[in-house]
Design a binder for this molecule. Structure first.
Ligand code: LMR
Length: 336
């Protein structure tokens, strides 16, 4: 689906802004803000977007209506990005792996393997200078970063047991778009394939791909566990989102609306980041209960083998995402 300029005009017309600001001459039609994402409602991002909707509508006293489109029902991966640039959608929360088409390759550094030692460390690093640095990269691209939303560590699903790096050799592994992820799988002899999130289930079912990386909440709610026998608790990389808006739209909002939305977003950010960890613990427990998969845990020595095998990605990534962001990240993670 291609996003047309016509949709842009309709979505954020000046008339809608005036109507929402309550000036005379217009019926009090609420300003409609479209928030698109690709995952299910019952995930950290799904719940975060609903929380934002509830708070935003409350804090703006009905002047704004947030329409949340989940599960790729409005746009899917690449289309989402294009739609934001054209203004056909006003809010997105893509995984940071999908930021290169927006001109912000630096975000892909967050996909570096074994970068974060723990959930706490991830939260601390993104809440500090690294988060600010990344958002500053969006400004020149006409985008405003409104928050980072956590979704925890990746697991590796596959149609055959995978325990060592050698086990992924020759496997077609679905990735979501990051060149860093492409590289760490390629270095192991796997064949990474970029596919839209909405196409993953069928591709796994029909053998177009043999494996994939994702978090427990996504594997459960997209039912990938039905079409992948094995799940390795790899924790080899981290999945997070950045909530972003088209800057022209966001900065043109009437001040009362803007402050209501800012407050709603700040609270939705906290809420999402608080629930993410437990959502993934619950999702993993649910899949274990369903009993369809073989789960493979890695001990510390096995994890070390994966880390060593994927380590060359760091040197490679310097020319892709820039040394500056990698240095910033390594400094922040070294600090604890
Ligand atoms: C994926 O494409 O696998 C994920 O990034 C989807 C998402 O937004 O969690």
């Amino acid at each position: 689906m291609t996003v047309s300029r016509r949709q842009f005009g309709t979505a954020i017309s000046a008339a809608a802004l005036v109507a929402a600001s309550g000036r005379p001459g217009w019926a009090q039609a609420p300003l409609v803000i479209k928030f698109s994402h690709v995952v299910a409602a019952d995930t950290p991002k799904g719940k975060g977007s609903i929380k934002f909707k509830e708070l935003a509508e409350q804090y703006t006293g009905g002047k704004v209506k947030i329409e949340v489109y989940q599960n790729s029902t409005l746009y899917k991966d690449k289309e989402e990005i294009e739609a934001l640039q054209l203004g056909a959608v006003q809010l997105l929360a893509p995984s940071t792996a999908k930021f290169a088409p927006l001109g912000a390759k630096e975000f892909e550094a967050l996909d570096l393997p074994f970068l974060f030692a723990s959930d706490d460390q991830y939260a601390k690093v993104l809440g500090g200078d690294v988060g600010k640095y990344l958002f500053s990269k969006l400004e020149a691209k006409g985008l405003t970063g409104l928050g980072f939303w956590d979704n925890g560590f990746h697991m590796l699903t596959s149609n055959k047991p995978v325990l060592t790096p050698a086990d992924v050799q020759g496997l077609k592994v679905r990735i979501s778009g990051s060149k860093v992820a492409d590289q760490y799988f390629r270095k192991l002899g796997a064949i990474p394939q970029i596919l839209a999130f909405s196409e993953v289930y069928q591709s796994m079912q029909t053998g177009v791909v043999d494996a994939g990386e994702n978090t427990a909440s996504n594997i459960l709610t997209q039912k990938f566990y039905e079409v992948q026998k094995h799940i390795m608790i790899a924790r080899h990389a981290h999945l997070q989102y950045a909530v972003i808006a088209n800057s022209k739209f966001w900065s043109a909002l009437p001040p009362d609306i803007k402050s209501g939305l800012d407050k709603a977003m700040a609270e939705a950010n906290d809420y999402t980041n608080q629930i993410a960890r437990q959502e993934n613990i619950d999702a993993l427990a649910e899949m274990k209960k369903l009993g369809r998969n073989e789960f493979h845990e890695l001990d510390e020595a096995q994890r070390k083998v994966w880390q060593t095998a994927m380590q060359p990605t760091y040197t490679w990534a310097e020319s892709r995402v820039g040394k500056e962001v990698i240095d910033l990240l390594l400094k922040a993670t070294a600090a604890g």
